[in-house]
Design a protein around this ligand. Structure first.
Ligand SMILES: [Zn+2]
Length: 440
C-alpha cells in the first residue's frame, strides 16, 4: 500500500526546504512523488491518505547522544526498548555512547551492537571510546574502528583527563576524519559533587560541582586544537573536528562562539533538560533524584545563555543524553542518585514548548537542531525529499497540547523530571525503513 502525506508543511533543512506540499511513498519505502502546493498527489483506491494539514513532515530526527545500556545493564534499557523510546519520541536514528559494561572501545564491541541492532526500526550509530575502557590511558584502535564505519569517538561519562593523551587523540583523529565528542568535566574539580555549586547547593547541604569543571576541560582542548593547528606539528589529512557534549554554561558557550569565529572546527550540543530547568527546580522538587545529572542543572544565568546560544546559531544540535536508570537508583537521597535522565520521549515536546512557542527559535531551526545538523555532524548522508530516495520522516503536530505521563514512555526506565508537564507540540509518528509508526 502506498502512503500519501497530503497538505503537509515539508521541512528539510538539508535541502533548505520549507514549503507546503505532499509526498507519496511507495510500498517499498522509497519516495515516489513530491509536489508543492497548490498541487496535490492524486490518490488511487489502494493508497492510504494521511491529511497533514497544519502539521509538519520533517526529515527524520536524529539524536546523537543516547545510552541504551546494552551490553551489561539491560535492567535499565536494551537496544530494543531504547529503540521503542526513540520511535515514540519521533527519532528515526540515534547514536549510542560507549559507556556500557564492557565499554565499547574496539571492533568486537562495535560488531556486537551492530549485529543486535540490525532488525530494529531505527538506525543505530555507534560512538566507541577514544581510549581503552575510557580510562584515558591508551588510545582505542582508531583505524580499525573507522574501517568498521565508525564516524565519531567519545569517552562520554568522563573527559580524557591527561592533556598529553588528549593531544594524541587529536593527532590520531585528524588522520581519520573522526568527530571527537568530549564530555567536558575536570573530575579533579567536580570530584564527588552532586549538583551545581551555588546558593542552592549550599542551602541543601549537597556537594557542589563548580561550573568551571566544564569550562576548564573545554578551554584546555581548544588551546590544544589551536596549538596543533598553528604549528602543524603533525600535518593532518583534515583538521580534527571537536564537539562539546551537553554544553551547560555561559563560559563554555562563549568559548565555542570564539572558537568558531577563529575557524576552529568546533561544534556543540545542548539537552532539553538544560534549556528547560535550573538548579532552582532541583531545589524546589520534593523528589530530587530525577533532577540529578551531569553536567548538573545550571544556574538561571547559564540556562539563559543556552537559550541565547540556541537562538544565535552557536548551538549546533539538540541531543537528549537519554540515560535510563532503574527506580531504586533514582528514588533515593540526591547524593546517592545515579546521574542522568531519559529524554527521547519528551525532546520534541520540550523543544517546541520551550523554544518554538516562546518565539526563541523557528520551527525550521528546531528541525535543523534535531535532524539535519546532528546527521551532518555524525557524517551521515542527508535525508532528501526526492523521488527514489528512502522515505525518512518525522510527523509533528506543532500545535497539539498534551501532558507528558508514564503512558508516553516506552523506555524501560521512567527516570524523568518532566512527568505531569504540559507541553505544546507533539510527535504524531515516524516513517522509516518502509514502516509507518504511531498512526496505526
Ligand atoms: Zn556525558
Amino acid at each position: 500500500m502506498a502512503i500519501i502525506f497530503q497538505n503537509a508543511r515539508l521541512v528539510n533543512p538539508a535541502q533548505n526546504l520549507d514549503m507546503q506540499g505532499s509526498v507519496k511513498v511507495s510500498r517499498n519505502g522509497t519516495i515516489d512523488t513530491v509536489v508543492f502546493a497548490p498541487e496535490t498527489v492524486p490518490t488511487g483506491p489502494d493508497d492510504r491518505l494521511i491529511d497533514m494539514s497544519g502539521r509538519i513532515l520533517a526529515s527524520g530526527l536524529f539524536d546523537m547522544h543516547c545510552h541504551f545500556r546494552e551490553p551489561g545493564q539491560e535492567y535499565k534499557e536494551t537496544l530494543e526498548t531504547g529503540s521503542r523510546a526513540a520511535v515514540a519520541g519521533g527519532f528515526t536514528g540515534v547514536a549510542l555512547m560507549p559507556n556500557t559494561i564492557p565499554v565499547i572501545d574496539g571492533p568486537l564491541g562495535a560488531a556486537y551492537i551492530r549485529h543486535n541492532a540490525r532488525d530494529l526500526p531505527i538506525d543505530i550509530e555507534i560512538i566507541p571510546a577514544m581510549t581503552v575502557e575510557s580510562r584515558g590511558e591508551t588510545l582505542a584502535p582508531f583505524g580499525k574502528l573507522v574501517s568498521y564505519g565508525v564516524k565519531a569517538l567519545s569517552d562520554d561519562g568522563r573527559a580524557v583527563p591527561d592533556t598529553k593523551m588528549m593531544r594524541l587523540v587529536f593527532e590520531y583523529a585528524a588522520n581519520f576524519d573522526l568527530l571527537l565528542i568530549q564530555h567536558c568535566e575536570d573530575a579533579s574539580l567536580s570530584e564527588d559533587g552532586v549538583m551545581n555549586e551555588g546558593p542552592y547547593s549550599a542551602e541543601l547541604g549537597l556537594k557542589g560541582i563548580p561550573e568551571a569543571a566544564e569550562i576548564i576541560t573545554l578551554s584546555r582542548d581548544l588551546q590544544l586544537m589551536e596549538y596543533l593547528q598553528r604549528h602543524k606539528l603533525n600535518p593532518p589529512v583534515s583538521p580534527p573536528r571537536y564537539h562539546v557534549a551537553h554544553t551547560s554554561t555561559r563560559g563554555s558557550l562563549d568559548l565555542v562562539r570564539q572558537a568558531k569565529a577563529k575557524g576552529l572546527q568546533v561544534t556543540c550540543e545542548v539537552t532539553p533538560h538544560h534549556f528547560t530547568l535550573t538548579d532552582q527546580d532541583l531545589y524546589e522538587a520534593a523528589e530530587k533524584g530525577n533532577y540529578i545529572m551531569k553536567p548538573p542543572l545550571a544556574s538561571r544565568e547559564n540556562r539563559d545563555a543556552i537559550l541565547e546560544a540556541l537562538a544565535d546559531g552557536t548551538v549546533d544540535a539538540i541531543a537528549t543524553d537519554h540515560a535510563p536508570h532503574a527506580r531504586h537508583e533514582k528514588e533515593c537521597p540526591p547524593d546517592q542518585a545515579a546521574f542522568g535522565i531519559i529524554g527521547l520521549e519528551s525532546s520534541v515536546g520540550l523543544t517546541f514548548s520551550e523554544l518554538v512557542h516562546t518565539g526563541r527559535i523557528s520551527e525550521y531551526r528546531a528541525i535543523e537542531l534535531l535532524s539535519s545538523n546532528p546527521r551532518k555532524l555524525m557524517g551521515l548522508p542527508p535525508v532528501l525529499f526526492e523521488p527514489g530516495e528512502a522515505a525518512n520522516f518525522t510527523l509533528i503536530d506543532p500545535e497539539e497540547g498534551w501532558t507528558f505521563t508514564e503512558d508516553d514512555i516506552r523506555s524501560k526506565s521512567k527516570n524523568t523530571p518532566f512527568l505531569g508537564r504540559s507541553m505544546k507540540g507533539r510527535v504524531m509518528g515516524i516513517y522509516h525503513k518502509g514502516v509507518l509508526h504511531g498512526l496505526e
